[in-house]
Write a protein that binds this ligand. Structure first.
Ligand code: SAM
Length: 707
């Protein structure tokens, strides 16, 4: 193959600085990966980024050597590094390195050097090595959850050691912030969410967005009265005031409309899940679709665009609330015969646009008035009426407010994700079209129970069956339950041509719920997650330094559905692009991979999906991590169709939970994995099984040295 002229030019430029080709090659490779092969960035200022990176690499090696020789003399270096942070230029590579040093100097310093490949690695990572890939993961701000078994600490019920439990599903950025500090505080505490910088803006200028919904479940039901002023910690009511489950089949209403509906297999309306925004259009508040080839089909929005008014979830009357960066990211559009639709109410504006164009959603930036803000605060409902129940929040001082985000009760496609929901894709074996009433009460489980081993996952009381729950818990704790893709979409998404081996995906047990193509009624007991949140939750500031958390205000039985993790549906490629973008904006992310079927063959780009809740999400974004003995467990739930590329990520209680207890789940982080490319948070879960103990102790020890 002919040598790439750009590469040759880079070698030449470095050679003129006296840098040998052998030094340039590995660093250039990393840089190409980091910049997504954007040569312009590399060539800029006569290859300054490349030269910087090579010098950094040299420095790293020197420091590494020093560290080996002089482990205790760390304090001086940290002072130097701190100074370097202050004069740090905006180049991402350098910034990342320095950021890493703050928390874990020696580990990240090896990121670019060949020394990192020298250390023997443990299965399965041993196959991959840590050379180019590891630093790229750092630069991507992606932390995969290590899978390698590490020093066993505790053995649970004869299963694998606690520290082995490292499901690789939640991705955190290293810029995940130090929680707990007030965003509005004027103290010197580091700002917990750097992208939410209070500005001196009048409250009237707070931008607001109306976001049309892309995926609407048929059971989206009543809203509570937003005018109610709710005292903190009051019990929420299901607004419909209805029993969640009917006590008998007779009570259950059949879904006759659908079963006997004239809506045939092809009667769906195509909804484009995506739209791009032009900067120009954003400025004047109108979002112009750039178009997208993919479509989703939704049966229940045949009358056009159903919209959800999504506004900033939290405001304070005294405080100007800036719009977090990226809030413009999730914008969806619906297509209806080329008619221009206005997002509030799906009103037709009458202007026809060409058939092959997607609609313009008038996502005007609403001015949030002081009255609006006051209403939000007095109603103290994080959901702003989007859920059946209110979710209150409490703080310790007027200055503490949870991070700003758009509350959405259902996942929304950001742009490219292929979420094909159509009646025609639901085969007769994927639904129970002949059922009537409540399937769970029926003597013979219907087709929908096949996916859960021929029996329903739920009891007639609407909680998970003990056996099913225990199986899910044990699967999550057993590292044997990982499968590995031949070509991992996560690696492919980096599109740098050098694929690392798949790091493994947990093979989970799915729940399949009855849905609209089923004959049963909306009160069927096999429809739990699709009903949304029904329990009484509250967001609160934790007292142990984890930042905001979510708790229950009522006793919850074992196996009860609490909430699903809701966010924007991104392709992993889009996630990668965001991660490259966000360091610039100082934004943190916490995506969840929907990776249940990635090992099943080649997964198309637009089908490798994740959920991203930084800008658009629900109450689940406040659930903190607890190692191993968390009181929630995540279970994938199939609702709208048999696809396992898109599914719901639902949280159920893994034991009885008393009112006021904080809700936690195990993010699956392997804190002991020295190969982890980025520093996560210092775990303060308090569990006796805490996997971060070793590191906590080391950090505490290092802190005593620097005092
Ligand atoms: C999904 S958010 C949870 C909500 C978050 N506490 C907040 O204030 O918005 C994840 C972040 O919470 C914090 N966190 C979660 N679990 C933690 C734990 N066990 N110890 C310390 N921090 C934790 C970390 O900062 C992490 O990046």
């Amino acid at each position: 193959m002919a040598p790439n002229p750009k590469v040759i030019a880079a070698y030449r430029a470095m050679s003129s600085l006296g840098i040998h080709e052998s030094k340039v090659k590995p660093v250039l490779k990393k840089l190409l990966k980091l910049y997504d092969k954007n040569w312009e960035l590399i060539e800029e200022e006569n290859y300054r980024a490349l030269a910087d990176a090579i010098f950094d690499d040299d420095e790293n090696k020197e420091l590494e050597l020093e560290l080996e020789q002089e482990p205790i003399n760390k304090k001086d270096r940290e002072v130097d590094n701190e100074a370097a942070v202050h004069e740090e230029p905006v180049r991402p590579l350098k910034r990342l390195r320095l950021r890493g040093q703050e928390g874990q100097s020696s580990r990240l310093l090896t990121g670019l050097g060949p020394s990192s490949t020298a250390s023997p690695l443990i299965t399965p990572r041993s196959e991959s090595g840590t050379g180019p890939g590891s630093s790229s993961r750092l630069q991507d701000n992606i932390v995969d959850k290590g899978k390698k078994p590490v020093s066993p600490q505790v053995t649970l019920r004869g299963r694998s050691s606690v520290s082995e439990r490292t499901p690789p599903r939640v991705l955190f950025t290293e810029s995940a912030v130090e929680p707990g500090a007030s965003q509005l505080s004027n103290s010197k505490t580091p700002h917990p969410y750097p992208f939410i910088t209070p500005k001196d803006e009048p409250i009237d200028e707070i931008p607001d967005y109306e976001v049309p919904i892309s995926m609407i479940l048929p059971e989206t039901t009543g809203k509570h009265n937003g005018n109610n002023t709710v005292a903190l910690q009051c019990r929420n009511k299901n607004v419909d005031g209805e029993d969640i489950l009917p006590s008998s089949n007779e009570e259950a209403t059949s879904n006759a409309e659908l079963a006997s509906s004239s809506m045939g297999e092809e009667a769906s309306v195509k909804i484009t899940p995506t739209v791009g925004l032009s900067e120009e259009s954003e400025e004047n508040g109108t979002l112009i679709a750039r178009g997208n080839k993919d479509s989703a089909i939704l049966p229940h929005v045949a009358n056009g665009s159903t919209t959800v008014k999504s506004t900033l979830a939290l405001v304070s009357p005294q405080v100007p609330v800036p719009c977090p960066s990226g809030l413009d990211d999730a914008v969806l559009v619906s297509k209806k015969d080329g008619v221009l639709l206005e997002s509030d109410g799906g009103k037709e504006l009458g202007d026809h646009i060409p058939q092959n164009s997607f609609n313009v959603m008038n996502a005007r930036k609403h001015q949030l008035t002081t009255d609006d803000a006051r209403a939000v605060c007095t109603s103290n409902d994080l959901t702003k009426g989007e859920e059946k129940v209110k979710i209150s929040w409490v703080n310790n001082s007027a200055n503490d407010i949870p991070p700003l985000f758009h509350y959405i009760p259902r996942n929304l496609v950001f742009r490219d994700a292929y979420v094909n929901i159509s009646l025609s894709r639901i085969g007769s074996e994927d639904c129970c079209s002949t059922c009537i009433g409540n399937c769970v009460l029926s003597s013979k489980p219907c087709f929908c129970a096949n996916k859960t081993g021929g029996d329903f996952a739920y009891t007639a009381q609407g909680v998970l069956k003990e056996e099913f729950l225990e199986q899910c818990i044990s699967i999550n704790r057993d590292p044997q339950n990982y499968s590995y893709c031949k070509e991992c979409p996560l690696e492919i998404s980096k599109s740098d041509g050098c694929l690392e081996p798949c790091k493994g995906h947990l093979k989970r047990k799915f729940i399949k719920e009855c849905w609209s193509k089923c004959g049963c009624g909306r009160h069927c007991g096999n429809r739990i997650v699709q009903r949304g949140i029904t329990c009484n939750l509250q967001v609160f500031l934790t007292s142990d330094g984890k930042g905001w958390g979510l708790r229950t205000l009522e006793d919850l039985p074992k196996g009860a559905f609490v909430c699903e993790f809701v966010g924007e549906i991104l392709t992993v490629k889009e996630l990668h692009e965001r991660n490259l973008k966000y360091p610039k904006n100082g934004k943190y992310t916490y995506p969840i991979l929907l990776d249940a079927e990635w090992d099943s063959g080649v997964v198309k780009d637009n089908q490798a999906l994740c959920l991203y809740a930084a800008s658009y999400g629900n109450a689940a974004r406040f659930i903190n991590h607890r190692c191993l003995d968390a009181n929630l467990i995540e279970i994938p739930v199939e609702v709208e169709g048999p696809s396992h590329h898109y599914y719901h990520f639902a949280f159920f209680t893994s034991r009885k939970i008393a009112a006021q207890e904080e809700l936690t789940w195990d993010y699956g982080i392997n804190f002991d994995d020295d190969d982890e490319p980025v520093e996560l948070f210092q775990c303060k879960c308090g569990s006796k099984f805490c996997r971060n103990m070793k590191r906590s102790n080391i950090t505490a020890y290092m802190e005593t040295l620097t005092q």
